[in-house]
Design a protein around this ligand. Structure first.
Ligand code: HEC
Length: 159
C-alpha cells in the first residue's frame, strides 16, 4: 500500500513541471482590447525576445515603417517550424524616420480563429493602444499570404 502511494505521488511530481511550463498564463481571446491588455500589462512585449535573424531596429518595407522592431513571445520562439505554436504572438512596433512611435501591428495565433488563413488574428493600434483595425484583415492577409508556407511570417524563415 505504501509503495503504491509513493508511486502515485511520484507520477504526479513528474507531471507537475510539464503542466507548469505551458506558457505565460491564460491567453486572451482574439479581440483587440483584450490582446492589447495582454501584450502591454499581462506580458509586456518590450520584455519579449526577437527572432535571431531579425533583431533590433530595422528598415521596413511599405506599408510598415519606415523603421520597425519586431518582438516575439516565447510560444513563437519555441516554434522550430511552420506552422507556429498556438499562443504565438508577433508585435511589430513601427517608428517614423526620427524614431517616434508610429503604430503597433500584431499577429496572434489563436486556435480555431481562422483555420483557412493560419488561425492568425491581425490587429493594428496607435502607440497608445487605440485599435485602428482588427480581425481577419484582408489587406494584411493579402501581403502576408505570399509566405503562407512559412505560416504568413515574413521576417523569419522556418526550415
Ligand atoms: C503591402 C504588404 C503588407 C501589408 C498590407 C501588411 N504587411 Fe505586415 N509585413 C509586410 C512586410 C514586407 C513585412 C516584413 C518586415 C518589413 O519590411 O516591415 C511585414 C511584417 C509584419 C510583421 C512582423 C512579423 C512577420 O510576420 O514578418 C507583423 C506583425 C505584421 N507585418 C503585421 C501586419 C498586420 C497586422 C497587417 C495589417 C494591418 C499587415 N502586416 C499588413 C508586408 C505587409
Amino acid at each position: 500500500m505504501k509503495l503504491l502511494l509513493l508511486t502515485f505521488l511520484g507520477i504526479n511530481l513528474a507531471l507537475a513541471p510539464a503542466l507548469a511550463a505551458v506558457g505565460d498564463g491564460p491567453m486572451p481571446p482574439p479581440q483587440a482590447p483584450a490582446l492589447w491588455d495582454y501584450i502591454t500589462k499581462t506580458s509586456p512585449y518590450t520584455k519579449w525576445g526577437q527572432w535571431p535573424d531579425y533583431s533590433g531596429v530595422r528598415r521596413s518595407r511599405s506599408p510598415h515603417g519606415p523603421y520597425n522592431q519586431v518582438y516575439v513571445n516565447q510560444a513563437a520562439l519555441n516554434s522550430t517550424k511552420a506552422p507556429l505554436n498556438y499562443g504565438a504572438i508577433q508585435v511589430k512596433a513601427t517608428q517614423t524616420k526620427d524614431g517616434k512611435p508610429k503604430d503597433v501591428v500584431v499577429m496572434y495565433k489563436a486556435k480555431g480563429y481562422s483555420p483557412e488563413t493560419g488561425d492568425w488574428f491581425w490587429a493594428m493600434y496607435t502607440p497608445q493602444g487605440r485599435p485602428l483595425a482588427a480581425g481577419k484583415l484582408a489587406e494584411c492577409i493579402r501581403c502576408h499570404s505570399a509566405m503562407s508556407e512559412n505560416d504568413y511570417v515574413l521576417v523569419h524563415q522556418f526550415r
